[in-house]
Design a protein. Sequence first.
Length: 392
Amino acid sequence: MPHAVEAFSVLGDVSAIEGRDISREDVTDAEILAVRSTTKVTRELLQGSAVRFVGTATIGTDHLDLEYFKQEGIEWCYAPGCNADSVADYVTSALLSLSEQAHGRLAGSTLGVIGVGHVGCRVVRHARALGMQVVASDPPVERMLASGAATGIAALELGPVTWLPRDDVLAHADYLTLHVPLSDAGADATRQLAGGRMFSRMRPGACFLNTSRGEVMDSQALSQALSTGRLGGAVIDTWQNEPGIDATLLQQVDLGTPHIAGYSWDGRVRGTQIVYEAVCRFLDEPIAWGPRALDASGGQLSIPADLDEEDAIRSVVRAVYDVRSDDAALRRGVTGSAEEWSAYFDNLRRNYPRRREFSSASVKPPSDSKLSTALKKLGFQVSSRRHASSFP
């Protein structure tokens, strides 16, 4: 990512290497290692190296061997929340596509949210803006709220939330979306959380969305739930065994994308900035770099007056980000050998186009104040400028 190279060049010599290709030889003399989630930073990679600090420009840490870091005194950081808006935009675009395919409406339907951290909170806000009812489950967050914790919990900003036991969320939700970390520990373990048991308890015909981690899902169980009609649809961005994902499952889901829900340009820049500033603090160096201002290149948009609210929102959302284009790109690669398929998946991520977030676009709605309020809650800038351009 250009911003990452630019940022860390301020601090010293930089070697840019593909994330899955980083080897022990590459890091032998490195003092700082900056990665994304494709790089597994383990004892095997770092042992004998000069690495003193590891930074990941992502919201998860399951690719980092934190126990080894602790043993060796290696400092580390990650970037919680950096791409939360990006994932929420993705989920919004996906939900609007699902409702259109079903010739239905999101307003009045129920979204179940499993995991209400930085990303889950943004998704809740977007769902409310779309007129959806929201039911949620996140036992760690619920325990912290029950203990009276007053800081450090993103859910505190949501106001009243309908918290339900997980099985009750499954039974109520027309759409179910996961926003959990990958964990193998204790009662809150999430590996293969979305498996046969979960799918059997979901409302018949409900739709399932996964944008968290591929390994929180059991692909075979999902495939069976879709083939039997137990589930009415699925949207999958994070897959088991990436990049060697299940091409058969891709053919079953409504929307399939190559782990790019959090890949907005805005989010990637924020992640780079968070890691760069953490490295500066570690080295006791002044912060000498900052990203160039991200202008409102999402455009100046207006809405035809003859659209109802959901169709108007769908049109604006697709003008900034249309998830169907990423789905189409992934499906074009389902040819050739398994190795070629894996390489194609990675290449889509590596060369992902500069996608902006909803907040980059200014929208001129009709005089409908309800629509204006919904657009603001989705993150759009609402404008009354006369020169806003319309779109189909």
